[in-house]
Design a protein around this ligand. Structure first.
Ligand SMILES: *Cc1c(COP(=O)(O)O)cnc(C)c1O
Length: 400
């Protein structure tokens, strides 16, 4: 039995450092193992299960669509896709959506769109994409070039050209790097993988201005921050700036794989038939579920309540930071994308393992940050439960 299980695990390419645990079912904010042990899920499959597990509306949307029609390709019109495109574009203050299956694909498409837009405007040499230090945009070759993590690129070169990094949050460096060859500035409103780092006040406004001054587009990578994660449908909406392209994935399908780029009409016009594609992108199953996710997010008062509960969680994390100043050196993030930067003496991997032992699931992020990504539906009682476990585990490390 064990050798067979080992052989199966060995058959999975070891691209992830997997914890030796698996879950067989989920309900709300909780995941259950085969022996029915419950874990409080503040990881949500890395900011994916926006409505937790087994949400009745999403299950119903999936099953209803699954019993009617799964897939037809984009050779034909797809009613649910047109509906979602119109809804997302309206929310984003933009005009058109392109659908694919993941965050990296959506980012890659957004970069193609920005370059193609510039090309159609007559700026054939305007191909540079300005990215932020510490950025994470995904794992394809081009998005590795956009991601600022040299280790991720090791042995995968040569990288596609044209991606330039400037320190995140610093407008002087950004302006210095701007020139006539910049097609777009690509930015995460809150850097997720990089360490739950929110852009400083005024930064996104400065990005918009710098882009406008040089005829560049702004791509908001909201793969992690979008779909209510920060308490707003899109994180940039808190600032009032208008990106030209908004990239979505993680929370968009609540667990069903789907990605999207929302763009200005002029960008869509620069693309046109044959310019890009995806066999699976926007298929009826994905679109039905994503429409149900959006239904939930649009519910009167829902996002306001996310902000209220996120503030409660933040107050708890504040208390932890006060109680364990030797272990927690900074609080970070926004909404339900929260981070605690740990002291060098406490490796985040050890922290997430210890929390898992106490049945709380969290995610590491860059810069030794413990990241909390609960479902947007996390209740006040569950915030207390998460706090109690965090307090116990921090107390254990503090006394060791
Ligand atoms: C996760 C993530 C991606 C990549 O998404 P995948 O679905 O894993 O390809 C891109 N950008 C950001 C900001 C992310 O958090």
């Amino acid at each position: 039995m064990n050798t067979e299980m080992d052989a199966r695990l060995a058959a999975v390419m070891p691209t992830y450092g997997r914890a030796d645990i698996s879950f067989v079912r989920g309900k709300g904010s909780w995941l259950y193992t085969q022996d029915d042990t419950a874990y409080l899920d503040c990881a949500t499959g890395i900011a994916v299960n926006a409505f937790g597990h087994g949400d009745a509306r999403l299950v119903d949307a999936l099953i209803t669509q699954a019993s009617k029609l799964w897939h037809t390709s984009n050779l034909y019109r797809i009613d649910e896709q047109e509906k979602l495109a119109h809804r997302l574009a309206t929310h984003a203050g933009l005009d058109q959506a392109f659908f694919c299956n993941s965050g990296v694909e959506a980012n890659e498409a957004a970069v193609k769109m920005a370059r193609r837009f510039q090309f159609r405007q007559g700026f054939e040499k305007r191909f540079k994409i300005l990215c932020a230090g510490g950025a994470f945009h995904g794992r394809t070759l081009a998005m590795l070039a956009a991601t600022d993590k040299p280790l991720f690129r090791e042995g995968f070169g040569p990288m596609p050209e044209g991606f330039v990094h400037v320190p995140f949050g610093n407008l002087n460096h950004l302006r210095d790097a701007m020139d006539e060859d910049v097609a777009a500035i690509m930015v995460e409103p809150v850097q997720g993988e990089g360490g739950a780092i929110a852009a400083p006040e005024g930064y996104l406004e400065g990005v918009r201005k710098a882009a406008d001054d040089f005829g560049a587009l702004v791509i908001a990578d909201e793969v992690q921050t979008g779909m209510g994660r920060t308490g707003y449908l899109f994180a940039y909406q808190k600032t009032g700036i208008q990106p030209d392209l908004v990239v979505l994935a993680k929370g968009l399908g609540g667990g069903f794989p789907v990605g999207a780029v929302i763009a200005r009409k002029a960008v869509g016009e620069a693309m046109g038939p044959g310019s890009h594609g995806s066999t699976f992108g926007g298929n009826p199953l994905a679109m039905a579920v994503a429409n149900a996710v959006l239904d939930g997010l649009e519910e009167e008062g829902f996002l306001e309540d996310v902000r209220r509960r996120a503030n409660l969680l933040d107050a708890k994390l504040n208390k932890l930071a006060d109680d364990y100043p030797a272990l927690i050196i900074e609080r970070r993030g926004a909404g339900f994308l929260r981070g605690l930067k740990l002291a060098d003496s406490l490796a985040v991997g050890d922290m997430t393992a210890a929390l898992r032992t106490e049945k709380l699931l969290c995610v590491p992020a860059g810069e030794n940050v413990l990241r909390l990504l609960p479902p947007l539906t996390l209740s006040e009682a569950e915030i207390e439960q998460a706090y109690a476990i965090l307090d116990k585990v921090f107390a254990g490390f503090a006394s060791s």
